[in-house]
Design a protein around this ligand. Structure first.
Ligand code: AHR
Length: 873
């Protein structure tokens, strides 16, 4: 071991000396050291530069072997998905301390370059994207070392063929670009013929053990990928001949441990029309005439202030005006000019307006008429098939903006209504904030939620609600960061904005409504605030796309977060507590958690801002538990760097995210068993099993159920978990799969929804390890069974969850003898069916629960048995 170390050290010194010099090696030559090889680093047009840093190796520079096809060891994370995330002309080298660096171009229109470093070429540290100050592009990358100045030169040329150099000592601070004469241009990229074809890149020397580890890592990742592609759909081949099995389960209360009582929660994001047109019960689309082409990046010519509105009839015209609006936040309104009564302005809602016979609907609007005379309008709810189902006349008596309203009661149940506004006299009439709300919102809250959707959410029994995103929280570019203060107060004073999922956010469902909804469903509010940086996939903001709130504005930003805590928890005598009281909720909302950041790129820009916010909150509100963020994936640079930041700052909880195949969930169920219990706790803030094509079905639901049994087992470290996304409106879905699909009249909970409810309704706060023996001990069989036994301290009930992902029945024998105080009857819920079924429901029965309980777990099923504590005599 010792000898090896010395030898490796010697190789390293020589390699270093070579690597910092310009690459001038001849076409065919062997490295000076037998224990080394050449590494060719390139990024390929064959995968549109998406794969990132690809490597090929050779011992003689003649025969090259690629490490994987289109396989990248580090991918560029610059720019939005689709047109961004590309790597051009990477240059790989080692510095004087032996650290590997890669510098690459980001695209011929981008005046910045990227840098990342790695100890072993496998684990890459955070990326940075320094700007160039001269030249129209960063092309033909190379790096050389100037020993006399102890400085690295980053050399590049631009589209005009001019050459430039940037100096750096530490790859953190960079000089401005300097133009250099053509003659000084060094290290031009080399083109090699690999098996896949010609590629251009640079050659570095690498110690053989490092190369071997690279190759082995690639192979390991291939093997893991193959394992994770496991699917239940191929079971007839994989498990052919498998006979029904038996399993014995003996819970061991003596080894019980406390687990989180917050495990199952929900993540609400305004994606897929989850808020406007969804949970938020407003029925009028574009009620404020604030839809803007920018909401859809100008891609939809019809998406403007008149969207969902039309005029019909002679003698009436519509103009969108912005002179003297209701207030400065609500710039646009409808100006109707009526020459002859009879015409109408109408709104088609979100795919039509669905009404219930005899239901009460509150119609309100802000209006002003010209001239002194009162003006009458008729408001009608008109079904395309059934005609007028409700109508009323409102008399406007003011020439200034004023809120008017009436209650409409439809005479029929319809799904295809529109709201008609018919001026009954000639003249001009201005309208804004035209609203129609069912009176029976969830818990009858004004400006409240759609009851059926809210009921479905409440039925999960979520212990917490994370909101308002997701990507919506950190926004698409600095201007799009979600600002909670824009979303409170009277709805007409709120500031709507572009929803980065390609539509409009009215802010009608704002932070006050989120808090109120949490209270109404008995869940803890978990607001997520951007960590001073927008989404790394931002499509706005130009070079250095992650950007960050300017330092000069950070104190104000932090104050906003303090104000949020005050809004939620402060006394009514405080500035923000008073606003909460004015909104109708004098009592505090009992906020305990605040998420800072959403799966951000963990860059220097991020870290400095996160740290400022975290330290400030710890000082001003030590009672608040901050939830940090560790990137968008379950592994990789952001994950490692995020955990590192969390470790340094002692962040109490971090938010992990992963969307994976069912096979991934099956093969990674021991993930948290080895987590360090002394470090930050985990909030699995976004996860879902995805079948091909973004499908959700029994297979994905069972993979989630199996995985959730492992989360309960690790409930001492995994404090919270929320499936994502929660809601999706049919025909307005940007992301699949989702937990609950819906349209204007139907709520369609998926099979996976019932897994969440089965866990949510049957949560425990004590986990009981069990002695489990399966009649087949093959790993491939054992991993398809998940068992979790928990106890609910408050009721004393014992709950047994059993996921069977095998194609055969499993006969379970459950030894309950260690629980003398349990009832002799239990409730059993079983979710099972065809693997492809998207909308299955569990069946529930009462069963006898003797001390030796036997139950059959059907093939492909999830079973929950809840045994109540014996009633006290
Ligand atoms: O859940 C949908 C999106 O997935 C979230 O907005 C984002 O955080 C994640 O990438």
């Amino acid at each position: 071991m010792h000898i090896k170390k010395i030898k490796y050290h010697a190789i390293f010194l020589v390699l270093f000396a070579v690597s910092v010099l310009p690459v001038t090696a001849k076409a065919t030559e062997r490295p000076a050291q037998p224990d080394s090889a050449y590494l060719f680093a390139y990024a390929s047009a064959k995968n549109n530069h998406d794969a990132g840093l690809q490597l090929a190796w050779s011992v003689d520079k003649t025969k090259w072997e690629s490490i994987g096809t289109n396989y990248g060891f580090v991918k560029s994370d610059y720019g939005p998905w689709g047109r961004g995330k590309k790597m051009f002309n990477p240059f790989l080298f080692r510095d004087r301390a032996g650290l590997w660096h890669c510098v690459w171009g980001l695209g011929s229109d981008i005046r910045a370059f990227a840098h990342a470093a790695s100890v072993d070429l496998i684990n890459w540290k955070r990326q940075s994207y320094p700007a160039i100050t001269k030249g129209d592009a960063f092309l033909n990358t190379s790096v050389t070392y100037d020993a006399a100045q102890n400085t690295y030169h980053i050399n590049y040329s631009d589209k005009k063929g001019k050459h430039y150099r940037i100096n750096t000592v530490d790859f953190k601070a960079y000089s401005a670009s300097q133009e250099v004469p053509d003659a000084a241009a060094v290290n031009q990229p080399q083109t090699l013929n690999l098996a896949e074809g010609a590629e251009t890149g640079n050659i570095a020397l690498v110690a053989r053990p490092v190369l071997d580890k690279l190759v082995n890592t690639f192979k390991q990742r291939q093997r893991a990928g193959a394992l994770n592609s496991e699917t239940l759909r191929k079971d007839s081949a994989t498990y052919s001949g498998l006979k029904p099995l038996s399993i014995s389960i003996k819970p061991l209360p003596a080894t019980a441990k406390p687990i989180s009582d917050m495990l199952i929660g929900i993540f609400f994001e305004d994606i897929n029309y989850a808020a406007d047109g969804g949970l938020y019960a407003e029925m009028i689309q574009n009620r404020d005439f604030e839809y803007a082409p920018a909401d859809k990046s100008g891609r939809d010519a019809n998406w403007n202030s008149t969207y969902a509105w039309k005029v019909q009839g002679d003698g009436i015209s519509l103009k969108i005006d912005s002179v003297a609006p209701i207030n400065a936040y609500n710039q646009h309104y409808a100006q109707l000019s009526v020459n002859k009564p009879g015409g109408v302005l109408y709104n088609t809602g979100y795919d039509g307006i669905a009404l219930k016979k005899d239901g009460k609907y509150n119609f309100t609007f802000f209006g002003k008429a010209d001239g002194a005379s009162p003006r009458k309008i008729k408001v009608k709810l008109v079904s395309a098939k059934q005609g007028v189902v409700a109508e009323a006349v409102i008399k406007l008596t003011s020439t200034g903006w004023k809120k008017w309203g009436t209650t409409l009661v439809p005479a029929a149940t319809v799904t295809d209504a529109a709201l008609y506004i018919e001026p009954l006299s000639s003249g001009k009439l201005a309208l804004d904030m035209v609203s129609l709300f069912p009176a029976n919102t969830y818990k009858n809250r004004p400006n409240g939620m759609r009851t059926d959707l809210a009921d479905a959410i409440a039925d999960i029994h979520p212990r917490f609600v994370r909101f308002p995103g997701g990507c919506v929280a950190h926004g698409d570019g600095l201007d799009n960061i979600y600002r909670w203060k824009n979303t409170i107060g009277p709805v007409e004073t709120r500031i709507p904005q572009r929803n980065l999922w390609g539509y409009h956010q009215s802010a009608g469902l704002g932070f006050h409504e989120y808090f109120q909804f949490c209270e109404d469903i008995g869940a803890a509010p978990v607001p997520v605030i951007a960590a001073g940086v927008p989404c790394q996939n931002s499509s706005t903001g130009g070079d250095g796309q992650q950007g960050g709130i300017p330092m000069a504005d950070m104190q104000a930003y932090i104050q906003d977060i303090n104000d949020l805590v005050e809004y939620a928890n402060g006394a009514v005598t405080t500035t923000w507590g008073k606003k909460r009281a004015q909104a109708g909720h004098p009592k505090p909302f009992n906020l305990k958690y605040v998420g800072i950041g959403n799966e951000d790129l963990i860059s220097d820009i991020f870290e400095v801002r996160f740290k400022m916010i975290f330290n400030a909150l710890a000082k001003s509100h030590p009672e608040i538990t901050v939830i940090g963020t560790v990137g968008p994936f379950h592994s990789g640079t952001d994950f490692v760097e995020g955990w590192d930041v969390a470790g340094k700052l002692k962040v109490p909880v971090v938010d992990e995210h992963y969307y994976e195949s069912p096979g991934w969930f099956i093969n990674n169920q021991s993930r948290y068993d080895s987590y360090d219990r002394t470090k930050s706790k985990v909030y699995l803030g976004e996860y879902a099993a995805h079948a091909p094509g973004g499908q959700t079905n029994l297979e994905t639901a069972l993979a989630e159920a199996l995985y959730l049994t492992s989360l309960e087992r690790n409930g001492d470290v995994v404090k919270m978990a929320s499936y994502a996304p929660l809601l999706a409106k049919e025909n307005h879905t940007q992301w699949n799969p989702d937990m609950i699909y819906f349209n204007n009249t139907e709520v369609k909970p998926t099979t996976g929804y019932y897994v969440q409810t089965m866990f949510g309704k049957n949560a425990g706060d004590i986990y009981m390890p069990s002695a489990v023996t399966l009649s087949d001990t093959a790993t491939s069989v054992k991993k398809r069974i998940g068992i979790s036994v928990v106890k609910d301290k408050q009721t004393g009930d014992v709950i047994i969850k059993m996921a069977n992902l095998l194609p055969v029945e499993v006969n379970a024998g459950i030894d309950l003898s260690s629980f003398p105080a349990l009832s002799a009857t239990a409730t059993k819920s079983v979710l099972t069916g065809n693997l492809a079924d998207k909308f299955l429901k569990p069946g529930t029965t009462q069963i006898k629960a003797p001390k030796q309980l036997t139950q059959t777990l059907p093939a492909y099923s999830f079973t929950v048995i809840r045994i109540p504590a014996k009633p006290l005599k």
